[in-house]
Design a protein around this ligand. Sequence first.
Ligand code: 13P
Length: 250
Amino acid sequence: MQKLIAGNWKMNYGGADAVPLATALKSKIVDPKCGVCVCPPFTAIAAVARVLLGTGIAVGGQNVAWEDKGAFTGEISAPMLHEWGATYAIVGHSERRTYFCEDAVTTGKRALNALKHGIMPILCVGETLEERRAGAIENALKAQLEGAFAHIDAGGEQSLVVAYEPIWAIGTGVPATVENALSAVGFIRAWLISKYGVAPKVLYGGSMTALNAHEFLSKGIDGGLIGGASLKPEEFADIVRIAEKIMRNA
Ligand code: 13P
């Protein structure tokens, strides 16, 4: 399966700074042999997509509405993303769930509408530290998967991407161990296979860097959803090269 390296810029580089960052990525990531995608803030998507047009680096939104238009203050719809040149959308990121009250059901609705418009959702799931300590990782993942996938009728590689992002590993500099990540990713894959007969790509996210990417990507994880390290073009390009090399040697 082709690996996917996705960068989540979060609430950074939304204005004039986004173009130099995209330009640096364009010069460092040439004709990538794995999937590459960056998700800037909404305000920068159009400009970044213009810079990256034809480079093989896709652009995505960090969220997407479940309706196409109407009275939904503050939301951005899939047709709007599409018009800007985005082809991916992150949904259900833990920061959306934690700070903006999003849940499994709204995550599923967002993913469904993205799919309807040909936008590839990157659907995030992951447990809190309390759930991990209580031995409730699989229950937490199952609840998030059941809610999100209740109305989605396909789970194959072409349809969407799932990202396992343990909340305690995000932005902390302390990634999951590869064993922990593989165990959770294995659970997610098995759940999806039992529902759809196939599993999509499952990425890992949470303090992935150029130093640890090889460990995750060489042991069967399909890619990375990268926050902090995606803001450093050299490091993000290094992670892309690591993924390409693993694919070449597979
Ligand atoms: P970090 O790579 O900064 O830990 O962020 C991960 C993440 O939340 C990507 O969506």
